[in-house]
Design a protein around this ligand. Structure first.
Ligand SMILES: Cc1ncc(COP(=O)(O)O)c(C=O)c1O
Length: 350
């Protein structure tokens, strides 16, 4: 940061007003280093820099959502976005998911039945389940967006932190009609506190988002944009990317091995090829919301997880035997100790 702000005199730029779309060289970085390698043919004119991925989703709602509009979401889904959608008085309706992500047959049926304005999908290393939408389904969902004239909101903040398996093109790469809007984030690959994200969309959609962005906060803070652009342009990203993937891979492996070794017989869990979460489904009639308070306060356990129920908009006890386990922020030794303690506790409960 010192180098960038003093040596290059970008400090002055960083403290000035900037353009609504975002810093030109950061938009170039996104197009050339993050999107082109994923098979996305876009120009800087298709990019809007946002204050975190979540702002992109907010702006999209500002532009497209009227009270009562239907938004289809996966079951389970990232609750934070449901909160955004509901703030705009959208009606969220869930679409079934299996181990390959959102089920296109159920999606199509619900598109026909509810005429949604938006389909919200987290295709890669899904939050909360860690699942990844298959290639065929990515193509199919892009096609459904075009055929039924529905906006596909592809929220893909974990895509670049893959530790195993084959890289898959984003849904947006299969969109021929401009119906897919990709919201992405620098939180997982650069820094969460910098609050940087971006939206990739057709120029028509970007033009609309620019009005909303101007009315909201004029543009994203310049200082993090300058630092992030320089981080990529100076070539720091490849080594950093390797480092975080190695780190998280080891943590994921420790988490998966420990769940398999210590959790009750009959537990099902996902194997995420990347991202920060795994999802466990416990056998028997347990309620993880109730277990959480006990697991965090019991001195023999002291392990936190996120109870499954809250990720389902359907209510009615869906996901009550499930939990999301995060491995991103904890070193492998601690993951092993934590999973062993939690496993011992759960065995007494199921
Ligand atoms: C699925 C999903 N979308 C969006 C976000 C928000 O990202 P950002 O920090 O860029 O606002 C997150 C963050 O955890 C997420 O899990």
């Amino acid at each position: 940061a010192n180098d960038v702000l003093r040596v290059d005199k970008r400090g002055i730029e960083a403290l000035q007003y900037g353009s609504v779309k975002g810093l030109p060289d950061l938009r170039e970085v996104i197009v050339n280093e993050l999107l082109a390698p994923k098979g996305i043919d876009a120009g800087p004119e298709n990019i809007l820099i946002t204050s975190g991925g979540l702002e992109g989703i907010n702006l999209l709602c500002q532009v497209f959502i009227d009270p009562g509009d239907v938004i289809l979401v996966e079951s389970p889904t990232f609750v934070h976005c449901v909160e955004i959608f509901e703030m705009f008085q959208a009606k969220c309706i869930s679409v079934a998911m299996d181990e390959h992500g959102m089920v296109p047959e159920d999606l199509e049926e619900k598109i026909r039945r509810f005429s949604p304005k938006v389909v919200y999908v987290i295709p890669t290393f899904h939050n909360p389940t860690g699942r990844t939408l298959s290639l065929e389904r990515r193509m199919k969902i892009a096609e459904l967006g075009s055929r039924y004239d529905v906006l596909i909101l592809e929220d893909d903040p974990y895509r670049d932190i893959r530790y195993s398996g084959e890289d898959l093109k984003p849904i947006r790469a299969f969109d021929r009609t401009g119906h897919t809007v990709l919201a992405n984030s620098f939180s997982k690959i650069f820094s969460p506190g910098s609050r940087l994200g971006y939206v990739l969309a057709s120029e028509r959609v970007i033009e609309k988002l620019l009005d909303a962005k101007t009315a909201t906060n004029s543009h994203t803070s310049m200082l993090p944009q300058v630092l992030c652009a320089e981080f990529f342009k100076r070539g720091y990203y490849p080594a950093h990317h390797r480092m975080i993937c190695d780190l998280y891979r080891e943590r994921r492996d420790a988490m998966i091995e420990s769940i398999d070794r210590h959790f009750p017989v009959g537990t099902k869990r996902t194997f995420p090829d990347g991202g920060l979460f795994t999802w466990a489904e416990l056998p028997g009639d347990v309620n993880t919301t109730e277990l959480l308070a006990e697991a965090t306060s019991d001195p023999e356990v002291k392990v936190a997880f996120v109870a499954g129920e809250g990720f389902f908009i359907e209510g009615g006890g869906m996901g009550k035997n499930c939990m999301r386990l995060s491995f991103g922020a904890v070193p492998p030794e601690k993951i092993r100790i934590g999973a062993e303690r939690l496993g011992r506790f759960l065995k007494k409960k199921v």
